[in-house]
Design a protein around this ligand. Structure first.
Ligand code: AR6
Length: 170
């Protein structure tokens, strides 16, 4: 089964997929940006579940139920803070995508949606971040047979949508 990669411009909290990915911080206790939106939409049960996880290191990913979200699960990953590109940010960002896919496969999930991890508050430049996202997902799906059938890159802005469309040639 080949995995279908697609892009859409949307609010990720509205997507009825098996899992949405949260661009969290290492406390996993909520924040601004997409993290804040996901916690608001999922309800207070989400932060209660996150409290049991003992935080998360940069480049790692942990999974919880989606509670009041249309998505069944939330995969929380912590992207790198952009620091000029000399602090292993690229490899850490790639790790976020790989680890999130790994959590999805461990739970036998078929569909997952990613936001543009690290490209908001954490300041990772959008174009190289999208290149890493697409390349890492493509490589993972080619190399590791797993349950996933659909991977969606969920863009909040039109600018991101254009970048991902060009990368995916659609
Ligand atoms: N749906 C989809 N994408 C969104 C949404 C949404 N509802 N809201 C924002 N984005 P950011 P980061 C996009 O800042 O850079 C939090 O405080 C946004 O336009 O959410 O990884 C955490 O707690 C951008 O393209 O995450 C951390 O402290 C992308 O999501 C910190 O921010 C990521 O932007 C993480 O920063």
């Amino acid at each position: 089964m080949t995995v279908q990669l697609s892009v859409r411009q949307d609010d990720i909290t509205q997507l009825a997929v098996d899992a949405i990915v949260n661009a969290a911080n290492s406390s996993l206790l909520g924040g601004g940006g997409v993290d804040g939106a996901i916690h608001r939409a999922a309800g207070p049960e989400l932060v209660a579940a996150c409290r049991l996880l003992n935080g998360c290191k940069t480049g790692q990913a942990k999974i919880t139920p989606g509670f009041h979200l249309p998505a069944h699960y939330v995969i929380h990953t912590v992207g790198p803070v952009w620091n000029g590109g000399q602090s292993n940010e690229q490899e850490l960002l790639a790790s976020c995508y790989r680890e999130s896919l790994q959590r999805a496969c461990e739970h036998d999930l078929q569909s997952i949606a990613f936001p543009a991890i690290s490209t908001g508050i954490y300041g990772f430049p959008k174009q190289p971040a999208a290149e890493i996202a697409v390349q890492t997902v493509q490589q993972y799906c080619e190399e590791k047979p797993c349950s996933l059938e659909k991977v969606i890159f969920c863009c909040f802005s039109g600018e991101d949508l254009a970048i991902y469309k060009a990368l995916l040639s659609i």
